[in-house]
Design a protein around this ligand. Structure first.
Ligand SMILES: NC(=O)c1ccc[n+]([C@@H]2O[C@H](COP(=O)([O-])OP(=O)(O)OC[C@H]3O[C@@H](n4cnc5c(N)ncnc54)[C@H](O)[C@@H]3O)[C@@H](O)[C@H]2O)c1
Length: 444
């Protein structure tokens, strides 16, 4: 990540949030922000709107709201736009997603109906279980990227935005590994002209965004912007990027519980995780190739928290299994079960069972809002490249130089807070605070 340089530009004018994929998460975000703007609804789960941060010494007892501490775009200044392979307007798509009830949607219905997705850059090879026809025709993938760039420019001009961010809320694409095409920007651009099969649609949106200097976040576990070619482009255009995969539901619970077990040096023999969900995301993940992408993202979390290689006595034999089952009656109300086999003093076994009846998109929507607002802040602060300080929101945090990601949600929060302090020119808080203790001791 390139450090911030110089002045922090103010959040003047409108911020456009562009969403490739206007399904459950995106429509829940949009309807939610509009409902909050109208008054009465609360943006619960959003750190930028409801979270606090400590500034100065503990003795100062100063805990402002984050949105009052750093200059963020105001919710009233946000414009939404996006793309989808289905032509439903946002009201229709939100009804079909079945996350928010009709009463909530009715309060913002005209605004939602006015939001119609642009035609998608799509390739069914990457998401077999979708059959939408609201898609762009093209000669080469380069031409397709140019069309997305045109969309971005037109949106910015017609909505009168001064700044934009893009957050991928599209379906999870099939698993694929980085290849030669992804190694350098030159090879990638050659691949665009030659219609290289390993350039996924999400990469086309990311390329278009980065070309335009628009910060890009990947909310799915796809490869997308996690390849050298696109990081090279981000460096050239001085643009922040972040990914991958919103941290909601079961993985959120894992990154809350596992650091606690590790902190107390309790052993783990096995962690079995299973889920049922019945939304369109679940349908896409019903395909084994798409599930593989998600599985990789979900599996890495425990390894990185427990470090079995440095602590083989406690975690060396841990068996970790993750299952996702498509079960339509569950809709967006994903239910997860975790069975955790732990052991304590002298190796005596114990079990923890977690049954989380969550609402996937209710947990995801505030993350999209925060990521969009913080990425805009990063850009205004002159930061570019991988924004690892936003790992807090992500299941499979993108890092530079293959650095091991930090999954512990509490450490991630400290990093996030300290980055905000850094942006505001304050010292980081370490909580070691020997001076404060010494001062207090000497005062007796
Ligand atoms: N809901 C969550 O809590 C959660 C958590 C982590 C990650 N995610 C990821 O976020 C993404 C969105 O989740 P969701 O529940 O909204 O899924 P969804 O299926 O409701 O919405 C995804 C939308 O993307 C569209 N789409 C697919 N490919 C596209 C393309 N190339 N261009 C434009 N649109 C495209 C689909 O038509 C669909 O409407 C998924 O990848 C999911 O895995 C969701």
């Amino acid at each position: 990540m390139k450090e911030k340089t110089g002045q922090l530009a103010p959040a003047d004018g409108k911020l456009g949030i562009l969403l490739p994929g206007m399904g459950a998460v995106a429509t829940t975000l949009i309807a939610g922000v509009l409902a909050v703007r109208k008054g009465g609804a609360q943006p619960v789960g959003s750190l930028t709107q409801m979270g606090n941060i400590r500034t100065g010494k503990r003795t100062a007892n100063n805990y402002p709201k984050i949105k009052h501490y750093v200059p963020l775009a105001d919710l009233d200044d946000i414009e939404f736009g996006g793309w989808d392979v289905y032509e439903d307007n946002v009201y229709q798509a939100a009804l079909k997603a079945g996350v928010l009830d009709a009463r909530t949607l009715e309060t913002v219905r005209p605004e939602l109906e006015a939001l119609v997705p642009m035609k998608a850059a799509f390739d069914r090879h990457y998401v077999k279980n979708l059959d939408g026809t609201h898609i762009k025709s093209f000669t080469t993938k380069h031409d397709l990227a140019e069309q997305v760039i045109d969309d971005i420019r037109t949106f910015k001009a017609t909505r009168g935005c001064s700044r934009l961010v893009m957050v991928w809320c599209g379906s999870t694409e099939i698993y694929h590994e980085p290849s030669e095409t992804h190694r350098t920007l030159a090879a990638f651009e050659e691949g665009l002209h030659a219609n290289a099969a390993n350039i996924a649609p999400s990469m086309i949106y990311a390329y278009a965004a980065l070309k335009e200097g628009v910060p890009f976040v990947n909310g799915a576990p796809n490869l997308t912007v996690d390849v050298p070619a696109l990081l090279e482009l981000a460096a050239i255009t001085g643009t922040p990027v972040a990914g991958k995969d919103f941290k909601t539901g079961q993985t959120l619970m894992k990154t809350i519980v596992a650091p606690g077990l590790s902190a107390r040096a309790l052993g783990v023999r096995g962690w079995f995780s299973t889920n049922i969900l019945g939304n369109r995301d679940g349908l896409v993940l019903d395909d084994p190739d798409n599930f593989r992408t998600k599985e990789v993202s979900k599996l890495s979390v425990l390894e990185d928290i427990f470090h079995p290689e440095v602590n083989p006595e406690l975690y060396g034999d841990m068996y970790h299994k993750v299952r996702i089952n498509y079960y339509p009656p569950a809709g967006d109300n994903k239910e997860s079960w975790d069975n955790i086999d732990i052991f304590g003093w002298l190796g005596y076994p114990m079990q923890i069972k977690i049954n989380f009846l969550c609402r996937d998109s209710i947990l995801a929507a505030p993350l999209v809002l925060d990521l969009a607002l913080f990425m805009d802040l990063a850009k205004r602060a002159g930061m570019s490249g991988v924004q690892e300080w936003l790992s807090f929101y992500l299941k499979s945090p993108q890092t530079v130089d293959d650095l091991r990601p930090e999954h512990d949600i509490f450490k991630q929060l400290v990093t996030l807070h300290n980055t905000l302090r850094h942006i505001m020119g304050e010292e980081p808080v370490t909580d070691a605070a020997p001076d404060e203790y010494q001062d207090a001791a000497e005062a007796f």
